[in-house]
Design a protein around this ligand. Sequence first.
Ligand SMILES: CC(C)(COP(=O)(O)OP(=O)(O)OC[C@H]1O[C@@H](n2cnc3c(N)ncnc32)[C@H](O)[C@@H]1OP(=O)(O)O)[C@@H](O)C(=O)NCCC(=O)NCCS
Length: 148
Amino acid sequence: MTAWRTRRAGPGDADDVVRIEAAAFGARSWGEQSVRESLDMPLVSVLLAGATDAAPVGLAIWRDLRGEAELLAIGVAPPARRNGAGMALLEAVLYDARRAGATRLYLEVDAGADAARALYARAGFEPVSVRQAYYRDGADAVIMQMAI
Ligand SMILES: CC(C)(COP(=O)(O)OP(=O)(O)OC[C@H]1O[C@@H](n2cnc3c(N)ncnc32)[C@H](O)[C@@H]1OP(=O)(O)O)[C@@H](O)C(=O)NCCC(=O)NCCS
């Protein structure tokens, strides 16, 4: 399995962040402007994952809620999936969120996103509630949380 390197994205990574987000989320992309804005938002961190000496292929975006944290997005470009990048990003978010003082991590996931739900379950997240028809296409959202 690839040895993944994760790091916090800076302003010079904006094009990579936009590229990876679009590849990972497709029709569910936030859109280029919102993705670029996430790099400047207070208390929001963008992490990138890539194989050593290669372009990044995955990203995670999380928000520090001062004592708690929220995972806003995690995505890996399709050709790089199922090789550990998603879990490496999640572990990096957990590490950074703990260092920021968070004791709980929340997220919301499309009830039909089987890969993401499997990743979160494997990491130890538990479902808290379901928001019916939460997404524009009518899909339900599952709210999950984990003590960290
Ligand atoms: C969810 C996502 C980030 C996972 O990234 P990834 O790099 O493929 O994940 P990993 O390789 O680290 O997988 C870790 C574990 O998660 C589970 N998992 C990941 N993808 C899975 C799939 N398609 N089916 C079943 N289990 C899966 C497995 O337990 C896996 O471990 P294993 O490969 O040893 O069995 C990726 O599929 C993705 O970008 N999906 C589209 C975006 C999305 O839905 N994001 C979440 C909402 S914000």
